[in-house]
Design a protein around this ligand. Structure first.
Ligand code: FES
Length: 112
């Protein structure tokens, strides 16, 4: 498991577009990378309701719709916004430098 106090490279900003999330992986953990209004967000890729891959879902504004049962989450907070999803997604702090997206501590955690 990677240390949560350091930032880790996930992908390039050019890998992500507002309509097309990017599936990344860090130490075996699948991640979904999103672009909303020019900002980047990272959540776990696996839906908390089942086997849906959120990077293969449909972006609707600030929400991602799971392709499996059409549940929804806020990309910004990871909180569920539509049934059948009830458990929040894990999210990470994101830093962008020179076109590279890095993640640090999980959102809500202590600053590195
Ligand atoms: S697996 Fe995502 S809504 Fe069911």
């Amino acid at each position: 498991m990677y240390a949560e106090t350091a930032f880790h490279e996930v992908c390039q900003t050019s890998d992500v577009s507002p309509d097309q999330p990017f599936r990344a992986e860090l130490d075996g953990e699948p991640l979904a990378v999103f672009e909303v209004d020019g900002a980047y967000y990272v959540t776990q890729d696996m839906c908390t309701h089942g086997p849906g891959s959120l990077s293969e879902g449909y972006v609707e504004g600030e929400e991602i719709e799971c392709p499996f049962h059409q549940g929804r989450f806020s990309i910004l907070t990871g909180l569920p916004t539509a049934a059948p999803c009830i458990l929040p997604l894990k999210t990470w702090r994101v830093v962008v430098r020179d076109g590279t997206i890095y993640i640090g501590t999980p959102a809500g955690g202590a600053a590195p």
